[in-house]
Design a protein. Structure first.
Length: 620
């Protein structure tokens, strides 16, 4: 190759290299949007807007070498210029540096307290210029940085055992100190009543089909309540699902009482706010009406996970366990003015079947604003009439506890929702019965009752003489065997009886109510319908008396249909249509489902519709 040829090739090579300095290539799918939305919250990298600022001010390399020096210099510039964008850049830089530190590091609290103050300054400080633009990426990132910085401070306070008395918490800033002056708490209890506080962001829940959460200002928390030993027993028994620590949702915010940009005494005063997301979606914060960030699903999952670890499959058949758990429990603290909805589970089940439905109902603002949810737990091995008598007494007792003077009109609009056997218990709250009806069905003479001692007579009246509870105004039956199920007879019923373990002393208590219903007066004779499953037989004494009873309040039926054939063939694999159906229902809905009808979204949507209707009718 000649020298001339070599020179031409060299020039061509150099020209080609020069043209390759600038080029464009196509993004892969989602790559561009991910790059634009990436920041120190979502990754280990800074956002494009903060990186651009550092590079445009010849600070990028310096930040990589000495990040805290750059932060201190920019803080001085922020105070001098009061430029709003600088507040955001500082918030992200502090978060970025803090994310590389351990909770034990003395700088951890300083960095995240500073990040919170800077992001608050960007979002709310009227001394900063220009006004915040809610459509800008800086605004979106600043809001997220505020929420996540506060989450980091909750972790820091928890680690340093400062949660019980948050107003004693003082945190160093890049310049000065953040001092918590007071706490304004909307939740039913103060932080001192909680065993611990967890950040909801830290948990991924399973078991719920939907994560019910809302985006806005604030940090969602899980508030785990410790047992309130100093409170009266009559209140404690309703506020704790037996044996399970209670977890409630909360949303925390910190508001500055003065502008960071004009803080001259180096002590920046702040107020801690703790809100209840079950009762609100928005907050009036820093002079603005803002959507509040919340998570109501994760606290439910946190609570239920502990319960499932404790109770295995056979616990549902153990009468001792059922007796220990028995009671009516408030899912959230009682609120005057909200209509109570009580959910009642079925045979060999527990209240935990209702929480997926409750989770969905809480997502509806109209329902959340008008209703409060309770669950009833009872030993399903006991006779249905005795369980119903206990339920009736519990509802009356609840009224005496929370509304003794009858001043809460919402309490008088109570609604019951029962699944399977729970529907039968619910029906006995809105129907009437006399002991004579049972004696006639059992072919027992009146003299038999008169021969009982006083204690047994009182128990008979408690179980068999009842009237509709005046404060229950509507009932929903889900897969309820109003006239029984053939599965309660024969081989399967025998297996059920073998699985159920009656509580100690149960036969004695059952005997008080049932002994007079049998013509055999021998002490050792087997009592009729000793087990709850016996009452579900179409030929049982229970069904003979109650099978054709009709509620004296508006009622609805939701019926499972696993095959969707003609009506005479409709069944949910446990209860046939002709048993679930009652004439006179306000509505009747068939769901493509087996017996676990309550799990299905069409059922939940129907419950929503009924709740809307009930609240509207209650206003008339």
């Amino acid at each position: 190759m000649t020298y001339r040829t070599f020179l031409i090739l060299l020039i061509a090579f150099l020209l080609q290299c020069g043209t390759a300095t600038y080029s464009t290539i196509s993004y892969s799918k989602y790559e561009q949007i991910r790059a634009v939305r990436e920041n120190a919250i979502s990754s280990e990298n800074l956002s494009l807007i903060t990186t651009r600022f550092l590079k445009s001010n010849d600070l990028y390399k310096r930040y990589q070498e000495a990040p805290r020096v750059v932060i201190y210099d920019l803080d001085n510039r922020l105070v001098a210029l009061k430029t709003r964008e600088l507040a955001y850049y500082l918030a992200e830089l502090c978060y970025h540096v803090g994310s590389e530190l351990d909770l034990e590091d003395p700088m951890f609290g300083r960095m995240f307290a500073s990040s919170l103050v800077y992001s608050y300054t960007y979002l709310f400080d009227r001394k900063a210029t220009p006004a915040a633009d809610p459509f800008s990426m800086e605004f979106r990132f600043a809001l997220e940085t505020y929420n996540r910085s506060l989450a980091q401070l909750v972790r820091f306070a928890k680690r340093n055992r400062k949660l019980a008395n948050l107003t004693d918490l003082n945190l160093p800033l890049i310049r000065g100190t953040l001092s918590m002056e007071k706490a304004e708490v909307e939740t039913a209890w103060t932080p001192k009543n909680f065993l611990e506080v967890e950040v909801a962001y830290d948990y991924k829940n399973e078991g719920f089909s939907n994560q019910i959460s809302k985006f806005g200002i604030g940090t969602p928390l899980i508030l785990i309540r410790k047992h309130p030993e100093k409170e009266p027993e009559e209140r404690r028994k309703y506020e704790f699902v037996a044996g399970v620590g209670q977890a409630y949702p909360g949303t925390a915010l910190i508001a500055l009482e003065e502008s960071y940009l004009e803080n001259r005494n180096l002590t920046l005063k702040a107020i801690i706010h703790l809100y209840d997301p079950v009762h609100r979606d928005r907050v009036q914060f820093s002079g603005l009406d803002l959507p509040m960030e919340s998570d109501t699903t994760t606290p439910l999952a946190y609570m239920l996970s502990g319960a499932e670890k404790r109770d295995g499959f056979f616990a549902k058949f153990d009468g001792e366990v059922g007796l220990e758990r028995k009671g009516l429990y408030l899912v959230y603290p009682y609120r005057k003015g909200k209509i109570p909805v009580v959910f009642v589970h079925g045979l060999a089940s527990s209240p935990f079947i209702w929480f997926p439905m409750i989770n969905e109902l809480l997502a509806d603002p109209k329902i959340k604003n008008n209703y409060q949810f309770w669950v009833y737990w009872y030993p399903t091995g006991n006779p249905i009439t005795i369980s119903a008598a206990d339920f009736r007494d519990t509802l009356r007792d609840l009224r005496k506890t929370y509304d003794p003077k009858g001043e809460d009109s919402a309490f008088d609009k109570m609604m019951l929702v029962g699944h399977s056997m729970g529907g039968l218990l619910s029906k006995l709250m809105v129907t009437k019965s006399k002991k004579e009806d049972w004696m006639k069905a059992a072919n027992v003479s009146p003299e038999k009752f008169e021969s009982l001692n006083l204690e047994s007579k009182e128990e008979v009246r408690r179980v068999f003489d009842f009237k509709p509870l005046p404060f229950v105004k509507r009932v929903v039956f889900i897969a309820t065997p109003q006239r029984g199920s053939n599965l309660a007879e024969g081989f399967l019923a025998s297996i059920a009886r073998a699985l159920f373990i009656l509580p100690k002393g149960a036969l004695h208590n059952i005997g008080k109510a049932y002994k007079f219903l049998t013509s055999d007066s021998k002490e050792e004779s087997i009592l009729p319908e000793t087990y709850g499953v016996d009452g579900l037989s179409p030929n049982s004494l229970f069904m003979k008396v109650t099978g054709e009873l009709k509620p004296e309040v508006p009622f609805h039926s939701i019926i499972g249909n696993s095959k969707f054939r003609d009506l005479e063939w409709i069944n949910d694999s446990v209860v046939p249509y002709d048993s679930s159906h009652i004439d006179g229902a306000e509505s009747e809905l068939l769901i493509d489902s087996d017996h676990s009808v309550q799990d299905h979204m069409p059922t939940i949507l129907e419950i929503k519709r009924i709740l809307w209707e009930h609240s509207e009718n209650s206003k008339k």
